[in-house]
Design a protein around this ligand. Structure first.
Ligand code: ADP
Length: 493
């Protein structure tokens, strides 16, 4: 019986590797920063060779410093920044262009054109997504249109496309596996989430030769083997970061919801075997599902400015010295004192989708102090999340069972309690905050019989229970809605 399982967690800012034991406790971790490339405002790239080098270095370092023999590692799971697009030469493995990162807005005009030409409905029906520069499809098209000779080579089958999972797997297996999983495929705007195939009509619309697309598999099965310090280890789990976190949080039943409170907040609600198309600005995505199990779906909504509003308090306003201090400062105020912040620094995401909205602070009186502003900033994270949760409730017509929280800002007890109060739900925070990497490891573990998954350690969770009267909740939510309205109004002037 092998004792360990390894997760490769390739994020936007760093590549990490984490070795877990059978109880999914972290045994060892190593991390390498990924250099960010900003050619112009709004454009973001990574060097694919650096992505691989950072991931490989973190993997060998993580295993070496653990003192664990690679023979003891049952398998490897990959989780990755989603949508980021790499195109490389099949024969040489040489990327034809930098990786175009999910945040990159270079194809925004083309996406608006797709919308003008009336393709939004078709895209939503087939892929569950809205035409947006965020997703991989238009990024591939951009590379084929802008790199000399790329389109001709792609048409002759000489180029391969992959999201970061595919790129890493291809490199790790020495070019043997050109594979992705359904969760990553569902973020390309080329994958039909109902038929589970690359969609011919969408490939034609975006002029993408289907032969460059990877084979799509489940999120938990053996894709290939890699040689690591003399051992042969199967790579047997793949999921995009948010779906890996959903799985790692044990959200495998319809109605289960997780929120990752990071720089932004990502909310995913499992909708079971039914893909729910949103009428409230959410996207439909495929959940991480294992081989031979029915495919499950999720509704997804994101909040652009989550923990980032706390960074602004620290670095912009200098009201706090550290993110953690936001809690003690906010506790100095009994309540928000009527102050609301809508941190629409870069527009508002789901369910409002207003790119031109800008932030506002409302309800200031002479009595408002730094503690009220800090409290209002923390509360804004919960209000924005509640807006997405309520869109999810309306889209599914079902109640939400509970919220499972992870990510950096989930350490804040005041925020967690306020979320429970304002959403009238239990908020459950596990001691294991590495939900994304743990999810990838659990998917890999399941494929090789290492664990029944998802593994859950119920003993170590903290539960925040709602403790607010209905009247109070309504009053606060009304104040928030008024603040959001004024932020949308400020955009019209
Ligand atoms: P990411 O993966 O997006 O880089 P993390 O999950 O590491 O994000 O979380 C970092 C974010 O969480 C930062 O924006 C930071 O301001 C916020 N944060 C971290 N600790 C706290 C805290 N105790 N209270 C509130 N916000 C916090």
């Amino acid at each position: 019986m092998k004792k360990y399982i390894l997760a490769l967690d390739e994020g936007t800012t760093s590549a990490r590797s984490i070795l877990f034991d059978r109880d999914f406790h972290v045994v060892s971790m190593a991390q390498h920063e990924i250099p960010q490339i900003y050619p112009r405002p709004g454009l973001v790239e990574h060097n694919p060779a650096e992505i691989y080098a950072c991931q490989y270095a973190s993997m060998t370092e993580c295993v070496a410093k653990s003192g664990v023999s690679p023979d003891e590692i049952a398998g490897i799971g990959i989780t990755n920044q989603r949508e980021t697009t790499v195109v490389w030469e099949k024969a040489t493995g040489k990327p034809v262009y930098n990786a175009i990162v999910w945040q990159c807005r270079r194809t925004a005009d083309y996406c608006e054109e797709l919308e003008r030409r009336g393709y939004a409905d078709l895209i939503a029906r087939k892929t569950g997504l809205r035409p947006d520069a965020y997703f991989s499809g238009t990024k591939i098209k951009w590379i084929l249109d802008n790199v000399k000779g790329a389109r001709e080579k792609a048409e002759c089958g000489e180029l391969l496309f992959g999201t970061v999972d595919t790129w890493l797997l291809w490199k790790l297996t020495g070019g043997k596996a050109h594979v992705t999983d359904r969760t990553n495929a569902s973020r390309t705007m080329l994958y039909n989430i109902h038929t589970h195939e690359w969609d011919r009509e969408l490939c034609e619309l975006l002029t993408i030769p289907p032969q460059m697309l990877p084979e799509v598999r489940s999120s938990s099965e053996i894709y290939g083997y890699i040689g690591l310090m003399g051992a042969e280890i199967p790579v047997c789990g793949i999921a995009g970061d948010q779906q890996a976190a959903l799985y790692g949080q044990g959200c495998t039943q319809p109605g289960d919801l997780k929120i990752t409170y990071g720089t932004g907040c990502f909310l995913l609600a499992n909708t079971g075997e039914t893909p729910v198309l949103s009428r409230h600005g959410l996207v439909t995505t495929v959940s991480a599902t294992c081989e031979n199990e029915p495919v499950q779906y999720a509704l997804e909504g994101s909040v652009f400015v989550g923990g980032a509003v706390i960074q602004w308090l620290r670095d912009g306003l200098r009201f706090i010295e550290s993110a953690a201090e936001s809690e003690s400062v906010a506790r100095k105020a009994r309540d928000n004192g009527g102050v609301y912040i809508v941190p629409a620094f870069a527009g508002l995401g789901a369910p409002h989708w207003n790119m031109r909205a800008r932030g506002v602070i409302t309800g200031l009186t002479r009595g408002a102090g730094a503690e009220h502003i800090v409290r209002a900033a923390l509360e804004s994270i919960a209000y924005q999340s509640e807006d997405v949760i309520s869109a999810m409730r309306e889209d599914t017509g079902k109640s939400i069972n509970a919220l499972k929280a992870d990510g950096g800002a989930s350490a804040n007890n005041l925020l967690m309690q306020f979320q429970a109060d304002i959403s009238n739900l239990n908020v459950i925070r596990p001691a294991q905050t590495e939900a994304t990497a743990a999810g990838a490891a659990m998917l890999a573990g399941k494929a090789v019989g290492f664990c029944q998954s998802p593994f859950s350690d119920k003993s170590s969770v903290t539960v925040f229970k709602p403790d607010m009267t209905l009247d109070r909740r309504e009053k606060l939510l009304n104040g928030w809605r008024r603040a959001v309205k004024s932020c949308l109004l400020s955009e019209e002037e």
